[in-house]
Write a protein that binds this ligand. Structure first.
Ligand SMILES: *Cc1c(COP(=O)(O)O)cnc(C)c1O
Length: 356
């Protein structure tokens, strides 16, 4: 009855261990929908990795609001990736966990704001990268050094950099940014980074042997071995139709004989009109938009597949179920059968996560 994420537990756990072993200083990232697994499950897994002596002493969450989901399941430090601001949930951290929280600071004024409120705060200073998302420029980074020095009890835990997804090598950018850190004269030798390849990490460590490089990894950790994961939907109903038969919210008619299948999984789960293709070119996106506009007259490819082939939506997905049109020919699944679904894990709310 459910949209289910089935995890091959032994295989998944072996992958998690392998990633942790291959990445000294690893900081697992658990944010959003927990990459499909939920935040609580990822926090327990991070604790499990730590318990095995794999050195997982810190878990990263995306937002302050996510802290309560992980704080009781993982007992190490908690890095918040969204920069601290002098308002909102950043000021509402549960005092019971405040000493485990490492804030991300991306503006010099916020550093004063944070330390003014709690002089012994733990924080990383974020250096802005070519992503231009958050963080300090080189000049602003320099301006933080006296502020840090003034606050004797302040705990600077390192410098953070959020790099774009790889398009060529990051090394020249990272080298330039690390040189800024050296020039700023800040009392830290820890760099927290994202999206560096194994080779890039190795080269960076070789170039800066005095620095500790801590990779923050989400996708490649939790979702890195796709063969350990299977997403299924349940066939809830099957109706034979003849050409011209009416079906659906919009009273459409079947273009030929076949079957209407009602399967679990709809908009509430994040099932979209178009199967993700991974193709992000402007032309592909334009084509997707154009096809979306055709949903009143044509059938759109769905992310549900039967016998290895992606099938057509009979109409746009409903809230918790979808209607598929299966023309006469292929095997017709039965009520209760499970069919495969292709999803974006970071945008899908599964009814169940089942680990075997
Ligand atoms: C999400 C995030 C990561 C992890 O990204 P993945 O691509 O899932 O590995 C690392 N750093 C920051 C700042 C992030 O927001």
């Amino acid at each position: 009855m459910s949209l289910t994420l089935a995890v091959d537990g032994a295989r998944w756990r072996a992958h998690l261990r392998a990633v942790a072993r291959a990445n000294p200083g690893l900081v697992p990232v658990a944010k959003g929908n927990g990459y499909g697994f939920t935040l609580g499950r990822l926090a327990r897994r991070a604790q499990w990795l730590q318990d095995q002596g794999l050195g997982i002493d810190t878990l990263a969450v995306g937002t302050y609001d996510e802290l309560p989901h992980v704080a009781r399941r993982f007992d190490g430090d908690l890095l918040v990736l969204t920069p601290w601001r002098p308002f909102g949930p950043a000021l509402e951290v549960d005092p019971a966990i405040a000493d485990r929280v490492i804030h991300t600071v991306g503006r010099a004024s916020d550093l004063e704001g944070l330390l003014g409120r709690r002089p012994d705060s733990r924080f990383v200073l974020e250096r802005v990268t070519s992503m231009l998302r958050h963080g300090l420029s080189a000049r602003e980074l320099w301006s933080t050094a006296p502020i840090v020095a003034e606050h004797r009890s302040a705990r600077l835990e390192g410098i953070a950099m959020h790099l774009p997804l790889a398009q060529g090598s990051h090394l020249s950018e990272v080298t330039r940014l690390v040189n800024d850190v050296v020039a700023a004269g800040l009392a830290t030798t820890t760099i927290w980074v994202s999206h560096l390849t194994h080779t890039e990490l190795t080269e960076l460590r070789a170039a800066y042997p005095d620095f500790t490089i801590r990779p923050r990894i989400g996708t490649d950790l939790w979702l890195g071995d796709r063969a350990a994961l299977r997403v299924t939907s349940t066939v809830l109903d099957v109706h034979a139709v003849e050409r011209g038969d009416v079906f659906g919210y919009r009273g459409r008619t079947a273009p030929k004989s076949g079957h209407i299948l009602v399967v679990s999984g709809g908009t509430a789960h994040g099932i979209g009109l178009e199967a993700p293709t991974g193709d992000t070119t402007i032309r592909a996106r334009a084509a997707t938009l154009a096809r979306g506009g055709l949903d009143a007259v044509g059938f759109v490819r769905s992310p549900f597949s039967i016998d290895g082939k992606q099938r057509l939506f009979a109409e746009p997905p409903h809230m918790q179920a979808s209607m598929l049109f299966l023309p006469h020919g292929p095997r017709v699944p039965e009520v209760g059968d499970e069919i495969d679904v292709r999803v974006r894990f970071t945008a899908t709310a599964f009814d169940r996560v089942r680990t075997d």
